[in-house]
Design a binder for this molecule. Structure first.
Ligand SMILES: Nc1nc2c(ncn2[C@@H]2O[C@H](COP(=O)(O)OP(=O)(O)O)[C@@H](O)[C@H]2O)c(=O)[nH]1
Ligand SMILES: [Mg+2]
Length: 242
């Protein structure tokens, strides 16, 4: 395959080197043509300097001058990516990069334009779980997603999603949220555009360290579900955002 891998990175100095080594090693071993885009989101540590040292090995660095959020950063990377398939992956590789080959199957077969990693469908292998309160919050959130925003998907929040380039351009040019509700928003837009979404069971080996305050952001993510419906009612997903 020929793939762009987008990695949003906020203060990831400690994890990013091992991640880039693993991703590059995997892509090379499988013979996948590739580019990697690290989107440094105004990190205050050595994230950008570290990514720069990979410049000779097909790693492009995009830098936000200040911290803008994961949604903003993923969008920036997805729109800048120029290979026929585009993956975004969390910097901690809680979904191991090897799972990319599973997501590629429905795209290759033309069964879907978007393939999302899932911890909640049959066949998923959660080897190291998130802390119990995150799992519980995730289950409640996904139930809310189904009730309020979009049905038919069991886990919208896994940070490992593959798009065809056309789908990535169509979806992310319309996507608006800058922080955490963006996963649901992009899937909502994909559905609205008539793009098929395949939910693919993946392995999950949770990385304990977290840059996300799940409790602090929970209310906002919940409100985002209503903001999605509101934006849609106002016609804001019809055309690319200004
Ligand atoms: N761009 C950006 N990325 C972030 C931010 N917070 C977290 N991330 C990235 O989002 C991904 C998931 O973060 P992580 O700490 O693994 O979250 P968790 O596993 O859900 O607790 C990682 O690639 C982080 O670098 C942020 O404010 N901005
Ligand atoms: Mg994580």
């Amino acid at each position: 395959m020929d793939v762009s891998v987008v990695i949003p990175a906020y203060n990831e100095e400690a994890r990013l080197g091992a991640t880039l080594d693993r991703v590059l090693g995997f892509l090379r071993e499988r013979g996948h043509d590739h580019e990697i885009l690290v989107v440094d989101d105004g990190s205050r540590d050595g994230t950008a300097a570290l990514a720069e040292t990979y410049g000779g090995r097909g790693v492009r660095l995009l830098r936000n001058p200040t911290n803008r959020g994961k949604g903003y950063s993923v969008r920036r990377g997805m729109l800048a990516a120029n290979r026929p398939q585009v993956l975004f992956s969390d910097a901690d590789l809680s979904t191991p990069i090897e799972e990319l080959d599973k997501l590629a199957i429905p795209l290759r077969e033309g069964a879907a334009a978007v393939a999302i990693g899932s911890r909640a469908v049959a066949g998923a292998q959660v080897e190291v779980s998130q802390p119990f309160y995150r799992v519980a919050m995730g289950k409640i959130f996904n139930r809310m997603v189904r009730l309020i925003a979009l049905g038919g998907l069991a886990d919208t929040q896994c940070g490992f999603k593959l798009f065809t380039r056309e789908a990535a351009q169509a979806v992310f040019s319309r996507q608006r949220f800058e922080r955490f509700g963006f996963d649901v928003e992009v899937l909502y837009i994909a559905r609205k555009l008539g793009l098929k979404i395949a939910e693919v069971p993946v392995r999950w080996v949770n990385s304990a360290e977290t840059k996300v305050s799940a409790v602090r952001d929970a209310a906002d993510m919940f409100l985002d579900l209503f903001r999605i419906r509101w934006n849609d009612l106002r016609g804001r997903y019809r055309d690319p955002a200004p």
